[in-house]
Design a protein around this ligand. Structure first.
Ligand SMILES: [Zn+2]
Length: 292
């Protein structure tokens, strides 16, 4: 667990995945050789020639609220276009309970963006219907993300098979009246602010948590691997607008280096998070002393 003043940060793992090196198209064996100490073994598996990617949910506790940030891939979901998320039994719900999180006690579910690997546990299958996993929570998503994923609006021209995450994991929350729609630039409560991070997804928001002179910044998929700290211009193959993602990432690195903010991306293995330290020719990655 990591403490930022009165806030406590931990996480619940869903799965660790092999990720083909094509995740970052400029990555090659010269880069691996140059940055081997950073990458192996936490972030790259040389035997299988793949990046290691984790999917997990962050748990943020305030003195009186339990907040879940993003809800991983989910179980029992029909995902014909995403075999990695198709009809899974991940055991995430059991690990959530083991981490001391009773779904009934969760007050807020913050959705940084609405990609398949961030909304799955919004709902669970019960008697053939998708019902909210966190029955007493207010879910929060940005207006832009809700618009672009909605099959009746922004996703109309996308393949029908891609509508699953919206239809089984977002729409049931909207239908239940449990979704709070935000712009992604507001203050949630004292010490917790939303920050627009467009690029990877058009309406993606980060969550900045500050207290006692310390800052933790949940940056979702603004970066996927720490090697991007050395190459801020590298966007992942999953980024919807790579130029915008690059601009957003550069802003994040500058901010993190200036403020000493702890960055918490959505998919890091190993230490799961880290600092950006200025060097003579750019930035370097520094893992935290305590892992979440
Ligand atoms: Zn993601």
């Amino acid at each position: 667990m990591i403490e930022i003043g009165k806030f406590q940060i931990s996480r619940v793992e869903e799965v660790v995945l092999d990720e083909d090196p094509s995740l970052l198209e400029q990555f090659d064996h010269d880069v691996l050789a140059r940055h081997r100490d950073l990458l192996v073994p936490d972030f790259f598996n040389p035997e299988r020639n793949c990046f290691r990617t984790m999917i997990h949910a962050w748990i943020l506790r305030t003195p009186d609220k339990t907040i879940v940030i993003d809800t991983a891939g989910g179980d029992d979901k029909d995902r014909p276009l995403s075999p990695r998320f198709h009809m899974k039994k991940t055991g995430f719900d059991t690990r959530l309970a083991a981490a001391g999180v009773d779904p009934e006690d969760v007050d807020l579910v913050l959705l940084t963006h609405l990609h398949v690997d961030h909304v799955g546990w919004n709902t669970k299958l019960q008697d053939g219907a998708w019902v909210p996993m966190f029955p007493n929570a207010e879910y929060v998503a940005t207006r832009t993300e809700l618009e672009v994923r909605d099959p009746e609006r922004g996703a109309r021209d996308r393949p029908e098979a891609s509508w699953g995450p919206y239809l089984d994991s977002v729409k049931p929350i909207l239908d239940a009246g449990m979704m709070r729609i935000v712009e992604g630039d507001e203050t949630l409560m004292p010490g917790i602010d939303f920050v627009p991070l467009p690029g990877h997804a058009p309406g993606m928001m980060g969550i900045r948590v500050r207290d006692d002179g310390k800052e933790a910044f949940f940056i979702a998929d603004a970066m996927h691997q720490p090697i991007q700290i050395h190459y801020p211009g590298w966007s992942s193959k999953y980024c919807e607008n790579r130029d915008l993602a690059t601009e957003t990432r550069a802003n994040i690195f500058r901010h993190a280096a200036d403020e000493g903010a702890l960055l918490l991306p959505a998919h890091f293995c190993g230490p799961m998070c880290g600092y950006v330290r200025p060097t003579s020719d750019g930035y370097a990655f520094e893992p935290p002393a305590v892992h979440p």
